[in-house]
Design a protein around this ligand. Sequence first.
Ligand code: FES
Length: 365
Amino acid sequence: MDNIFIKRAWYMVAWADEIAAGDKHKVMVMNAPIVLYRDTKGALIALEDRCCHRAAPLSIGRIEGDDLRCMYHGLKFGRDGRCVEIPGQAKIPPHACVKSYAVQETGGWVFVWMDEFATADPALIPPVEALDSPDWIFRRGHLDYDANYMLINDNLLDFSHLAYVHENTFGDSPLYAQQRPEITKLDRGVRVSRWLRNQPLPPSSMKAGTGRADRWMSYDFLVPGVLLMKSGAYDVGTAERCNDGPPDGIDAIESSCTCQLIHPITETTARYFFINGPATSTGTSEQAEHALRLTYAAFREDKEMIEAQSSTLTLDPYVKMVPVSADAALSIFRWKMNALMKVECDALDAPLGAAKADSKRAAGV
Ligand code: FES
């Protein structure tokens, strides 16, 4: 079983509107307890959720201005994690501090950088769609898994399972298993694209069962577990007109978008956030609700299979897997994850600039 954690990456940990002024929102990422709260101007602060005195959670502490006070013995911490007050003690030791994490709020998503604050690179924030994008009618959800997060990544990198796991929900075409997609390597991931020619309209369509279409889908899957996908139904014959390439500039009968982000809670648990919905130009709120219900039903099918898979792997974590051609995208992605992990390990004693250069090389940049 894998226990790969990449520290130099942004992990989606919460929806921004879950953290109101005065709230303390606790999350766990890669075994690290984190508490999020807002300062007096509304900006997010992320601190280690474990007091440096006797390890009480700061998430049951008290917000005081921009600071957070532990409500066990009263130590108070600033936004940078440094202890600024010890009741009854004038001198504060320099090592009296908790870890402070870089945090970014964008489009309704909250991301935390899991390495040292100074290494945070905003350019690596995944290009997710905003929840309130005028182009899409999004609905959102999340699921918790009792499984290593890489098993969920694997699942999303090989849609051949749609024909079997999702036979009664998404898997309306056996072509998902029979026809291999186009795979392109990216700097920090892989792009998976495919046409399914002359197929019924997808189950998420309110017109499902009433007509046929050429169906296009393309997604980028990025480190550490980010799926960004657009799909559309087009007039039959469009795939041929496009020479099986992207349908750029061609109007879809209907189209949809989804963003799905996973973070490891521990080595054996994970949280899976997602949004999806139809294009504003071709869809309705009713369709968005229908798509969300279908998505939850399908994702619960994934969860059941992946947790069962995780249980059998627990019996023998070193069991030999037999690769098949459908594993191509997940093999590329795992190679990138392993390469980045190795760079992080090798760079522990290296200067940051050198480590960043190595990281880019390992990612094939
Ligand atoms: Fe936090 Fe003692 S455990 S002040």
